[in-house]
Design a protein around this ligand. Sequence first.
Ligand code: TXA
Ligand code: MG
Length: 344
Amino acid sequence: MHDDMLIAQAAAVLKAGGLVGMPTETVYGLAADASSAAAIARIYAAKGRPSDHPVIVHLAHIEQIKDWAIDIPEEAWVLARAFWPGPMTLILKRAAHVLDAVTGGQDTVGLRIPSHPVAHALLAAFGSGVAAPSANKFGRVSPTTAQHVRDEFGDAIDLVLDGGASEVGIESTIIDCASGRMRILRPGAITMEMVEAALGQERVAVMEQYDSTKAKIKEIERRALARIGVKQDAPRVSGSLDAHYAPRTRLQLVPPHSLAETVAHHAPRELAVLSRERPAGFDGEWRQAAADPAGYARELYARLRELDKLNTELMLIEAPPQGPEWDGVNDRLRRAAFGSGDVV
Ligand code: TXA
Ligand code: MG
């Protein structure tokens, strides 16, 4: 799909301080040289993201993590060997040279080795760390195709590599390995159960939404969102400070048992509905949701974008089941519903 020339060209863009749309198995990233403060500043400018918000450094090979992190605990190596290359980010103590623009001024750095062959080829050709947040405007739905990236940024980025639709579809699981006990900071395809199986249950702390690092980041996000006019007076329920992954259309999550009733309260043309089955008697815009968590995650962001484009007054999403394998999907849906209606 991608010849060596295109990869070499993309690596040259990175070396010159430019921005590349990089496919990964989770979502598309907006890639820049992680050693260049100027290149990272371009990421922040393109995304409209606050500059004290940390970015993940992407690498081609496990041994490279020693170039970016220090005091790497044995547990982190176990996780790295179990799940890399793949949809997992490890938070580790930063090496001295890692830029504040990468870490958000913290003493930790997020590292990930993606499995997507195009990402791997680019990272190997570039030869060093590549900073890459998801390639969406700050607070918006993450991209899972090259077209999503082009729609979002147009000419603001130098080159978009097309690696097809992202297989996983939601962002990597983030695991904090820098504070003594392993903690999952962002759920994803690598579930708590998988982490526990790799490490032994007693070594993993329960996911804490409000640990100090997350709380700090949430506060930064809240202030930034206020600047771009996103409502922030929603109740402080789980995930409500994160207006990430938000479509423009008002979004409501509805428990399966009350979907039909909720639909019946509206004129069909006011609604766009995502559910496992078409609600009885509803002849408006409807998309089918996958019944399995991997399929649901893979399609989620494309569906949100698709439904958003219909410009209806309300998007109704049937709440998926609970359970560890649904944590990633439920986390993103809660955040998408932030500030736009009911959250279940
Ligand atoms: O799957 C992914 O992780 C995608 C692809 C492109 O690799 N990237 C991604 O990046 O989702 P981004 O910037 O959209 O989200 C990364 C999140 C940040 O919002 C931040 O919360 C967390 O990672 N993060 C990064 N460095 C951190 C650090 N040192 N400490 C705590 N959290 C960190
Ligand atoms: Mg993101």
